[in-house]
Design a protein. Structure first.
Lengths: 89, 110
């Protein structure tokens, strides 16, 4: 059952990636683009985990963890840069 | 596909149901990013709905690898905890950045 449903789940997350990519390219303001980048990272984590289920491997969890960390640090750094004009004061 | 061979039927159905529900939730959250009109409205989709959806996918993966592999699978719980802790923080910083930019461009709020 899961094997039958898994490609559709991945397609749904690919569509979610396209949505956030649209906002990343189109977004009127800087916060919109940062938010779209954050969403892109979060959807990428889900897609990595789904590939891990599909190929029955636990190798991709480290990659997902690294992507989560990078996404959070990137969002915080960009927001701090927009707010204060500097990342580390 | 032969990847899900060793699982009992109830676990297979449970994982499939969790995956479908959480994929729908995450897709709704990302679609909100396209459809909503204002930045403050747009913030609601990714920060709540997409986070919940990705957390559901991770929990489903934890169930799968716990039933499949030797012992309890903790990686996904770690990632879920991390995402659920960091999503409010980044949303708060984003709102602060957006309010700062609005104040710079349009003057202080009346």
């Amino acid at each position: 059952m899961t094997a039958a449903v898994l490609p559709w789940i991945e397609a749904a997350f690919a569509l979610a990636l396209l949505c956030s990519g649209y906002r990343l390219l189109r977004g009127p303001g800087l916060p919109d683009r940062i938010l779209a980048l954050d969403t892109l990272y979060v959807n990428t984590i889900a897609l990595l985990v789904l590939f891990g289920i599909q190929h029955d491997t636990q190798l991709l969890f480290e990659a997902a963890l690294v992507v989560a960390l990078l996404g959070f640090v990137g969002t915080v750094a960009l927001s701090k840069y927009v707010t204060r004009g500097d990342v580390i004061e | 596909m032969s990847t899900l061979a060793g699982l009992p039927t109830w676990a297979d159905a449970l994982i499939a149901l969790m995956l479908v529900v959480s994929a729908f939730t995450a897709l709704v959250g990302s679609f909100a990013l396209v459809r909503f009109s204002d930045f403050y409205k747009r913030l609601h989709g990714p920060t709540k709905s997409t986070t919940l959806g990705v957390g559901g996918v991770l929990i489903a993966s934890a169930v799968y690898f716990t039933l499949r592999g030797p012992g309890f699978s903790v990686h996904e719980i770690l990632i879920t905890l991390f995402i659920f802790l960091t999503a409010p923080v980044s949303a708060h910083l984003l709102v602060k950045a957006a309010m700062h930019l609005a104040r710079v461009e349009h003057g202080p709020p009346r």
